[in-house]
Design a protein around this ligand. Structure first.
Ligand SMILES: [Zn+2]
Ligand SMILES: [Zn+2]
Length: 269
């Protein structure tokens, strides 16, 4: 079976992404309660004890809030950088493995994971580039107010990209948030707007990009049709693959890396 990626749910109330290869399963982030994690994995016919590792992007509650509980209850190894482990209060956890950014991690037999730095306020956030044994590359990247040349380098050549499209600028500006919060979201350490995500994708995708999932949509300041149409506006002339949206309630469809679109649906709901 090829490598697959399934978002168990993304957004400000919790994020977790499942990467599977044969009978090996890894999570990126867990912002869900133990009960929610069990329920969402259950829809994939999996249990938390099937997870061989949790990789953490950063410590914010929607990504790291459920890690301590899940790790200790089911004795799951946790992998993060030092800053994130410290912020999560996990430094004394016996199954903690600290990684350095840009050190490739071999986790499951068919894939390696490379954490790379992603600017996001008050955190040492990372994105992951995942390479399978056929050399197919996948990128999972979220919570960034702006992009760097290094991020572009890791996103280029991917057959699948999961990236946040957090807000529609007009909705954010006319919405209920106080100005300080609006400025933080729009700032360099905040989140990407639909427009910014579209422009970034237009710089990195090529004919090999088979699928894109837009994640972490703000429930107040975005709508799936706005995210999709704004991003497509920027990439329509180059992108011929499949675009999907991950919302707060998952899991959504699994994307199989390096497989044709027709084989992309496997979630049992
Ligand atoms: Zn965050
Ligand atoms: Zn977040």
């Amino acid at each position: 079976m090829p490598l697959s990626i399934t978002h168990l749910g993304t957004g400000s109330r919790g994020n977790s992404t499942l990467i599977s290869s044969d009978d090996e399963h890894v999570l990126i982030d867990n912002g869900f309660s133990g009960k929610q994690l069990e329920k969402r994995l259950g829809r994939m016919e999996l249990k938390p004890t099937d997870i061989s590792s949790i990789l953490v992007t950063h410590h914010h509650g929607d990504h790291g809030g459920g890690i301590q509980y899940a790790a200790k209850k089911w004795n799951i190894p946790v992998r993060s950088n030092y800053f994130t482990a410290e912020k999560l209060g996990m430094l004394n956890y016996e199954n903690l493995h600290i990684f350095e950014n840009l050190d490739r991690i071999e986790l499951i037999s068919k894939a390696t994971f490379l954490p790379f730095p992603v600017p996001h306020s008050g955190s040492e956030n990372v994105g992951f580039s995942i390479v399978d044994d056929n050399g197919e590359k996948t990128c999972v990247i979220t919570d960034l107010g702006s992009h760097t040349d290094e991020i572009i380098k890791h996103m280029k050549g991917c057959s699948h990209i999961s990236i946040e499209a957090n807000y529609d600028l007009r909705r954010l500006l006319s919405g209920p948030y106080p100005d300080r919060l609006k400025n933080r979201i729009m700032g360099r350490g905040g989140h990407l707007s639909n427009e910014q995500t579209g422009i970034l994708l237009s710089e990195v995708i090529d004919k090999n990009t088979k699928s894109i999932v837009l994640t972490h949509l703000s429930e107040k300041n975005n709508q799936p049709h706005l995210a999709e149409s704004t991003v497509l506006y920027h990439i329509d002339d180059i992108f011929t693959g499949d675009i999907a949206i991950s919302l707060q309630d998952g899991p959504e469809f699994s994307h199989f890396i390096g497989q044709s679109e027709k084989e992309n649906m496997s979630v049992k709901v």
